[in-house]
Design a protein around this ligand. Sequence first.
Ligand code: FCB
Length: 472
Amino acid sequence: MSVEALPAPVRTGFPPGFVWGAATAAYQIEGAAAEGGRTPSIWDTFSRVPGAVRNGDTGDIAVDHYHRWRDDLALMADLGLGAYRFSLAWPRIQPGGRGPANEAGLEFYDRLVDGLLEHGITPVATLYHWDLPQELEDAGGWPERDTAYRFAEYAAIAARRLGDRISTWTTFNEPWCSAFLGYGNGVHAPGRKDPVDALTAHHHLLLAHGLGTAALRAELPAAAQVSLTLNLAAVRPLTDAPGDLDAARRIDGLANRIFLDPVFHGRYPADVLADTAHLTDWSFVHDGDLAEISRPIDSLGINYYTPTVVAADPTGSAPRQDGHQGDSPWPADRGIRFLPAAGSRTAMDWPVDADGLYELLVRLRDDLPGLPLLVTENGAAYEDYCDPSGDVHDPERVAYLRGHLGAVRRAIEEGAPVKGYFLWSLLDNFEWAYGYSKRFGIVHVDFASQRRTPKDSARWYAQVMRTGELPD
Ligand code: FCB
């Protein structure tokens, strides 16, 4: 009698050692904009420009994390967070963007990092989450090459002080947004609108990543991990028609390969250079820059929210629906139509589509074999409110997270080396040009009283982190 093979057990969990975290960024939560020696960043300036940020909101107070960090740490510990991704504010650590370090700024992060470690939470630091010291913008900002050298100096200061306790460092968060929203369509700080400035800024941000990586390596213990976080686009052509495929190639170039090729292969993609040749000859790329930019890094962070669907637009008249406010941030996007993916929408009007995250992760598995991947941001904004009994029910967010974590697990099962997941965001916060009107937190913040209330999604995520399994 033959013994029937038992079916393989269904795998529902995440691998042992998988890192469970949540993310925030300095300007979005800290507040205390003029305390402890901090000087203005481009976001302090930009948020004061009439009409730049919804309701005229600023990060002056934000969610007052600078003063409430102990309570926020206790919240993280209660949730059972394994790791916390946060950013260091350059204008706190090195006011004005050059010169000596500011002791009070460093002390704030010292205390935070020590507190995280005391609670057994791994600190994961991002050096730049969009808050360039205003003085450096006044000197030309990211389109100015010297800004990259200033960044490397700041990276060294931070690593020298905190490198004995922080083992994972990210140079930049979403440099695409800094370049193309900051200098392209001007929807983000510093609010400049020039496609050539955007492309020049893009190159200098990458140069700063390379120089910063070298500076970090020089200061950090050999085992430290250096990473970069990109908001890569899950680009899909609407159909297989040649025009739609070409639109997808062009946007894949401007969103993805314009980063991945220089960082991992030391070259810019020839098709992107050709597509943008009417704007610039790229002479801002100097000899040796690409060698600097392609210094090896230890992992890649991916931020994902929604996919990008494109098609040919022969008439050039279709409204752009790529989830970005304002004019087009894409240089050289004539003849391309952006459409929303199918599916329900979040409060950002971003379609919910977890397959896009899966598609990105398996693509990176194939394109960058063996490179550890981290999902460094993923989450959703909804219209959350505290009900009279003091609860915040956010079933849509739970469904969003469940779907996207399912996509991560599927990618892992198919060999994508995804090592961790950081939910965006721990707390409701200042959502850039949307001000306080969009809530991404798993912890609700009453912005008037600063009261924190864990939402249902926080309890749900706590269970996922505790068990390493997705509940039904
Ligand atoms: C990302 C940013 C993050 C947050 C989310 C919603 O682009 O990195 O700060 O605003 O979007």
